[in-house]
Design a protein around this ligand. Structure first.
Ligand SMILES: *Cc1c(COP(=O)(O)O)cnc(C)c1O
Length: 587
């Protein structure tokens, strides 16, 4: 059992401005206290403005220092001042770059407060600390202006500066200075560069282990994001494919299905998710598959009632529940899904012979406060829902629902009721994904690109139990590198279906609720479709047509759906945590 500590900031000495108080200026009198308390009031304060960013830096330092001081106090109580062996008894895992100051702060405490020699302190810090990277999005690789950093944390900065100096010196020994790539390696790997402190490089230089969160993501770290580090220190890199807790996302989220599983194979799977494999023989058991379909139907009724209550949309539970639920981000391509919905809609209006599988398109997710594009996509989904749900020509066949407040408790209702799991990020962008795993456990069939952990899902279930479409990561990279991708070529190549959807963004069709979508139009046609929505459109719609066609064979669908649950044991976080224990923490 581990302790989870939630730190909060409060003033150490009462810096109370009595004069201001007596003059009736109570706000100023309490300013010091409220400034300090602001540090821990909100996690991830808005980092758009300089003021908010400074608060974030203070917050990161507070959490790092408080955690380290507690760890060292506990260690000293048990082992005395035996700092040389800290790494044999203590593991500090830095989850993303947010706690990147752990390395220098640990050194600062050891050198300044415990009298440890500089070289030994660096060695101990590296033996103690490990690092997981969670995303390849460039805006998430945190950087701080050196001046901001040094003004707030002058002593910590001295340690960073000296470690960076020694790192550069070691590089000069490692690579011969007349090798042409010396400056290139330095420009990619140094901590201090271009007036900035680069937190990812700081994390790597202070860690004995660096891991990504899916096989593809770790490969991308080695091949490009941290390639120069990988060349110098290949043994430090390793993969730990993410997992999710099946006791929450299957047992608790889906009690009717969990009961069915336990009746079939006993309850050992709750402790050992690999036992879900015992479901494979039941793929031939017609009565089990019928029970499974009945459980799914009940879960769909439960979700439909929740959606009616929260967003007013009424869903027919005979429809396929097609679900995309995750944070809103351009690379996750909720926009591609919207294009598919509009294409189905347009085809129904144009072609009286076209009859799609009746489908409820369900979206949910949050967007960061200052992420305008993501919020525009949410507005677009609500506008499309308004148009389609109020069009009597189509709404016995298709419905659209945006479920507000995507929190885990609401999400559980969605995971259990889903039949199609939309995992459609542009290949190479999604580090792992985890809703893909939660939905797979709950017997949804994945419609996805070969990205993140979708690749491992695909290898586990086999091509007949997943629907893959779109460019692969290497094809995306090659297309971008060629400089020969033109959104307007996509538009002109299919004026009829694709072009007409692009036009709908600005021609008033979707404007009834709250106006047109000029900025989304610009993102596609002026910024040249950075996430290749238009490029993958046809492949995606065709894959959806085929997958929903397959839904008609209920027995075959249920068999494939059950196979997804049977192979989901690998994605239990029990397996992931065990791998961290064995390979990184050695506990
Ligand atoms: C699983 C989950 C996520 C992450 O979903 P991805 O598809 O991996 O991005 C986000 N929010 C909630 C509430 C979740 O349950």
């Amino acid at each position: 059992m581990n302790k989870l500590r939630l730190w909060s900031a409060e003033p150490y000495t009462e810096d109370f401005d009595l004069d201001a108080f007596n003059a009736g200026d109570y706000a100023r009198a309490n300013k010091f206290r409220s400034d300090v308390e602001a540090i821990s009031t909100i996690l991830y304060p808005n980092d758009a403005g300089e003021h908010g960013r400074m608060l974030r830096l203070k917050q990161e330092y507070l959490f790092v220092s408080a955690g380290l001081q507690t760890i060292l106090r506990t260690y000293e109580r048990e082992f005395g001042p035996d700092w040389e062996h800290l790494g044999e008894h203590v593991c500090i895992h830095t989850n993303d770059t947010h706690p990147a100051m752990c390395g220098p702060e640990l050194m600062r405490i050891l050198v300044d407060e415990k009298g440890v020699d500089f070289d030994l302190a660096y060695k101990v810090a590296k033996e103690t600390i490990s690092f997981t990277n969670h995303t390849v999005m460039p805006e998430a690789l945190e950087k701080w202006p050196i001046n901001t950093f040094r003004n707030l944390l002058p002593r910590l900065y001295m340690f960073i500066d000296e470690v960076d100096r020694r790192y550069r010196e070691s590089l000069a020994n490692h690579l011969s200075p007349n090798e042409g790539n010396w400056t290139n390696v330095l420009s990619k790997t140094a901590i201090l560069w271009d007036g900035q402190v680069r937190m990812a490089n700081l994390s790597i230089i202070f860690s004995h282990s660096i891991n990504g969160v899916s096989a593809l993501h770790t490969q991308i770290l080695k091949d490009s994001v941290f390639h120069e580090f990988y060349e110098m220190m290949p043994h430090r890199f390793n993969n730990k494919t993410n997992g999710v807790t099946h006791r929450r996302f299957l047992c608790e989220a889906n009690p009717s299905y969990a009961k069915l599983i336990t009746e079939a194979i006993g309850d050992g799977w709750m402790d050992d998710a690999n036992e879900l494999e015992k479901l494979v023989p039941f793929e031939q058991d017609a009565s089990f598959l019928e029970g499974m379909e009945a459980a799914k139907k009940a879960d769909k009724e439960r979700l439909a009632a929740f959606i009616k209550e929260t967003s007013g949309v009424e869903l027919d539970t005979n429809m396929v529940f097609d679900v995309q639920v995750k944070r809103f981000h351009a690379y996750k391509r909720q926009l591609l899904n919207v294009f598919k919905v509009l294409d189905v809609y347009n085809r129904m209006l144009k072609d009286p012979n076209y009859s799609p599988r009746p489908t409820a398109f369900i979206f949910s997710g949050k967007a960061a406060q200052s992420y305008t594009f993501a919020k525009e996509v949410i507005r677009l989904i609500n506008s499309v829902a308004d148009v389609i749900n109020n069009d009597e020509r189509v709404n016995d066949k298709i419905k659209v629902a945006f479920v507000p407040n995507f929190a885990v408790s609401n999400a559980q209702l969605i995971y259990s009721a889903a039949e199609i799991s939309e995992q459609i990020s542009v290949a190479g962008a999604e580090a792992s994904g985890t809703s893909n795993m939660k939905l797979m456990m709950n017997a949804a069939i994945t419609l996805g690109t070969l990205d993140g952990a979708n690749i491992e899902i695909s290898e586990l279930v086999g091509p007949e139990n997943i629907k893959i479409f779109g460019l692969r990561a290497d094809e995306v990279e090659a297309l971008r590198a060629s400089g020969r991708y033109y959104a307007w070529d996509m538009y002109n190549g299919d004026r009829d279906r694709l072009g007409s959807i692009v036009d709908m963004l600005t021609d008033g069709t979707l404007a009834r609720l709250s106006g047109n979508f000029e900025s989304i139009h610009d993102y596609l046609m002026v910024d040249n479709d950075p996430d290749l929505v238009l490029r993958d459109f046809h492949s995606y719609v065709q894959a959806w047509d085929e997958l929903t066609g397959f839904y008609g064979d209920r027995a075959a669908w249920n068999k494939a759906a059950l196979h997804n649950t049977a192979k989901a044991g690998y994605f239990s976080s029990d397996r992931t945590i065990r791998e961290y224990m064995n390979d990184i923490w050695h506990i």
